[in-house]
Design a protein around this ligand. Structure first.
Ligand code: ADP
Ligand code: MG
Length: 449
């Protein structure tokens, strides 16, 4: 048997695999792909988005290639073209979806205090916020899907609720759902157990905007992840908005997480960084005003300069100060504040990572001497650990590249930057190397404890 036609080859291959991988998987992963061409020994498939190309590659590529060989009598490679099938694209949805009834679950799920108005803008969050605002105005258009990254307590959840709140105000009938990926997984499991998958799917797929917080909980939960992709595809295809957040930057993610996120990244990505001093001051003033709490300027400055990494801690500090003041009734001083916030301040500092710890842990891992890492020898067996240690010093400490260069036996800052770039590239290209870097970071943090 020799098949030379792309459509024929693909449909027969799908039929063969169907028996092996099951009806559900075949429908989910293989059915949406269409054969475009069979040229130069390569079968090109058109898939609606990157989920499919990644999913097919990961799960079935090997098997497919073997089946192609059986069917066509030759080696046939597999390639993908990501392109939405025009016939499946619906016209842009009406901004106020008439068909949906008044949303039944949206209100209860959104915190009314998390709005754009209460969100203080600073350099650290400007892009993330501006994007969120334009999504609320015209969901499902330009920035879809939208991924927000950022450390804990920096305002991701606040922004997601703000999108939901603003959408509901502008389009009262829009079906907006905010949920966490953990909740999504739990609901999915319950639906499977109760034979209620259809209802679960219908509910999620009827949304105009799905906001999924803390996507990292989906990782390594294979069926839930698949179900999420299903939902995602259904919504994306009908031009509904999807917003996702993650607590970790791609650099800090494990390969599994990176894989999950990479499938969303063709949309729009923004990250939120820790706020600078001015923004922290502005946040404190705003929160104090909202609480009707008059805080002296020097106390605001003290708190803003002491609590640096986490807006949630900043807020918590304010609440404690307020409680103290309402108890004593006396005007608040900086000394009071220092005393009241002792614990908070200690927890915000965390454990600062020192360059010498990084050098020690990296040297140990690569079985070289710390003095070699700081030295000038250029053999590969030393240059790589040195560059790794420089890179980690850049990402794990807040030292400048000049300071880092100095700590590495007086090297130039451009050497540090070069090392950083080089390792960054390697991390992107090689998941095993990324895993190594992740492990090193964990070891370094543990060594500082
Ligand atoms: P995350 O989801 O990133 O962990 P949250 O959105 O829960 O963080 O934010 C933690 C707290 O800090 C919330 O109460 C939120 O209102 C507040 N917050 C964070 N960033 C800002 C900001 N830029 N302006 C005002 N409040 C903020
Ligand atoms: Mg959050």
């Amino acid at each position: 048997m020799k098949i030379a036609d792309s459509a024929e080859l693909w449909s027969q291959a799908v039929e063969r695999l169907r028996a092996e991988i099951g009806e559900e998987n075949a429908e989910l992963w293989l059915k949406p792909a269409q054969a475009v061409s069979l040229e130069g020994g390569v079968l090109t498939l058109r898939v609606p988005n990157k989920f499919f190309s990644d999913g097919i590659k990961e799960r079935y590529q090997k098997r497919l290639i073997a089946v192609f060989r059986e069917l066509s009598g030759a080696d046939v490679g597999l390639d993908f073209r990501v392109e939405r099938d025009i016939s499946r694209v619906l016209p842009p949805s009406d901004p106020v979806p008439e068909a949906s009834s008044q949303s039944d679950f949206a209100l209860s799920e959104l915190n009314p205090r998390y709005t754009f108005e209460t969100f203080v803008i600073g350099e650290s969050n400007r892009l993330a916020r501006a994007t969120a605002e334009s999504i609320a105005k015209s969901p499902g258009t330009q920035y879809n899907p939208y991924v927000i990254y950022g450390g804990v307590g920096l305002g991701k959840t606040h922004l997601m609720h703000a999108i939901g709140n603003a959408m509901r105000r502008q389009h009262p009938k829009a079906r907006v759902l905010y949920t966490t990926s953990e909740q999504f997984v739990n609901e999915f499991i319950a639906a499977v157990q109760n034979n209620a998958l259809d209802a679960f799917r219908a509910r999620y797929r009827s949304l105009d905007c799905l906001l999924i917080d803390d996507i990292q909980f989906l990782i390594a939960k294979d069926r839930s992840e698949q179900e999420f992709f299903h939902t995602f595809n259904a919504l994306f295809d009908s031009r509904k908005q999807i917003v996702v957040s993650s607590d970790r930057s791609p650099k800090e993610m494990s390969p599994l997480e990176q894989r999950l996120i990479s499938r969303l990244e063709w949309g729009f990505v923004a990250d939120i960084k820790p706020p600078d001093l001015e923004t922290r001051i502005a946040i404190l003033r705003k929160k104090a005003a909202l609480e009707g709490f008059a805080v002296p300027d020097d106390v605001v400055l003290f708190v803003a300069s002491s609590v640096k990494t986490n807006v949630r801690l900043l807020e918590g500090s304010l609440i404690r100060l307020k409680a103290f003041q309402s108890m004593t009734g006396a005007p608040l001083t900086v000394d009071d504040a220092r005393d009241i916030l002792k614990d908070t301040l200690a927890s915000d500092e965390g454990n600062p990572v020192r360059i010498e710890t990084i050098q020690r842990v990296v040297a140990l891992k690569y079985s070289v001497e710390v003095k070699d890492i700081k030295g000038h020898q250029r053999t590969a067996s030393i240059a790589l650990p040195r560059q790794v240690a420089m890179y980690l010093s850049c990402v794990m400490t807040d030292q400048s590249s000049t300071d880092i260069g100095r700590a590495f036996g007086g090297k130039d800052h451009s050497t540090v930057l070069h090392a950083r770039k080089k390792i960054e590239r390697k991390v992107e290209e090689d998941p095993f190397f990324l895993e190594l870097i992740n492990r090193l970071q964990a070891d370094i943090k543990a060594a500082e404890r």
